[in-house]
Design a protein. Structure first.
Length: 396
């Protein structure tokens, strides 16, 4: 049984209840020391030699293997680097090449916009009458037909926290002959994931949310081991080459998932992420999930009792949502700003969603009740109507 929370492993400002780890995880206590070491001892003293002496060249695969352990993937099947949008593009382009006679990409209307944008951009680039079709989340299963080349879904919806059934939909995609791509941005580190058992061809995700890798932390991509050699990289960068320092004039992909690497890895960010992953040592994600469900259930109960003005926007059934709870309110933005001003940090998503993420690594029952009490005061006294909370920031 995992001992939770582990607040001592995070540097969270005193007086702050942080319910936004589903957007940006807090700073792990070991991250600053690791970044300082990389900057001063490795880069500062070793200079370019650090690629060898500090094992910088092996760091992307090391971090990939650590992430693999959190998503049920085999060692060597996860590559790290670049951004999530790039990884979506790579997975989708590879999926279309695996099904050359099909022309439909299927997703849902609740998918994160960037995933859809990347699909649209890919289609505009390659042409050939490809089509992106989006349907309501609950209609995805029925929309998977033999015309579909790839099904591209985010397991946990970024707005509501609604959760797809990965096993069921992957099986349905495979019965129709389609390739399955899962975006685990709101899943990795939040809910138990087993991409091996799921049998999906690809999975992608970011590391700055529940994995606490810091703003702009590198993304990851999983490719099922049995299809790796059939994957044709759309972005044939030099570090995806089988022998990068051979400096050959023609691209020759690596014989592993490393073929899905593109450019020079961001060593400082990867090092911070590597340090951040230390907080998962000895943690069973099943324990994290149980604690998360309990925290979410408590929050829903407390908010609905205290704040009747708000409407639950997440599935009520715990099994159908991830590790976040969302409430709808017409003036949700100023409500969230007033709440943040009082030390409870969540965030807002258009048009009317207040989002709250629950990470049992650093959130406990008392935090949840205290957050609900503060939200009640904001709503009951209409504090959110103050003019300063009406001003929209660039990031919401």
């Amino acid at each position: 049984m995992t001992t939770l929370p582990r607040k001592h492993l995070f540097d969270i400002p005193e007086g702050t209840i942080y319910l936004d780890g589903n957007s940006l995880g807090p700073l792990p206590t070991g991250a600053v020391a690791r970044a300082t070491k990389v900057l001063t001892e490795e880069w500062g003293r070793e200079l370019i030699r650090a690629w060898n002496t500090a094992d910088w060249m092996e760091l992307p695969q090391k971090v990939g293997d650590r992430i693999a352990g959190l998503i049920g993937a085999a060692p060597g099947s996860v590559a790290t680097g670049d951004t999530l949008s790039i990884k979506v593009y790579q997975a989708l382009a590879a999926a279309l090449k695996l099904r050359p006679t099909r022309r439909v990409i299927l997703s849902d209307t609740g998918n994160f916009p960037s995933d859809l944008y990347m699909a649209q951009g890919l289609i505009a680039t390659i042409g050939k009458d490809y089509e992106l079709i989006t349907v309501a989340p609950e209609e995805v299963a029925d929309a998977i037909s033999e015309d579909v080349a790839a099904v591209m879904l985010t397991e946990v919806d970024y707005r509501s926290g609604r959760r797809h059934d990965m096993g069921e939909l992957t099986a349905k995609a495979h019965r129709a002959g389609a390739v399955m791509i899962w975006d685990l941005a709101h899943s990795a580190g939040a809910v138990p994931v087993d991409v091996t058992a799921c049998n999906a061809e690809f999975a992608v995700g970011c590391s700055y949310k529940y994995l606490n890798g810091g703003p702009g932390a590198p993304a990851f991509i999983y490719a099922r081991p049995d299809i790796v050699l059939a994957v044709e990289p759309a972005l044939s960068g030099w570090l995806g080459h089988d022998a990068p320092f051979a400096m050959e004039p023609s691209y020759r992909p690596a014989m592993t998932t490393e073929r899905l690497r593109v450019g020079t890895p961001p060593i400082v960010q990867l090092s911070i992420l590597d340090a951040a992953l230390d907080v998962w040592e000895g943690v069973d994600l099943a324990d994290v999930r149980r604690a998360s469900v309990a925290l979410c259930e408590t929050f829903i109960k407390e908010v609905e009792r205290r704040c009747p003005q708000l409407t639950l926007a997440s599935p009520r059934e715990a099994a159908k949502r991830g590790s976040q709870v969302s409430f709808a309110f017409s003036d949700g933005y100023p409500v969230m700003q007033a709440l943040i001003d009082r030390g409870v940090i969540g965030d807002f998503r258009a048009p009317n969603i207040l989002r709250f993420g629950f990470t049992p690594l650093y959130i406990d029952h008392d935090d949840v009740v205290a957050a609900a009490e503060i939200l009640e005061k904001v709503m009951a006294h209409e504090i959110w109507k103050e003019p300063k909370y009406q001003v929209r920031s660039r990031v919401t």
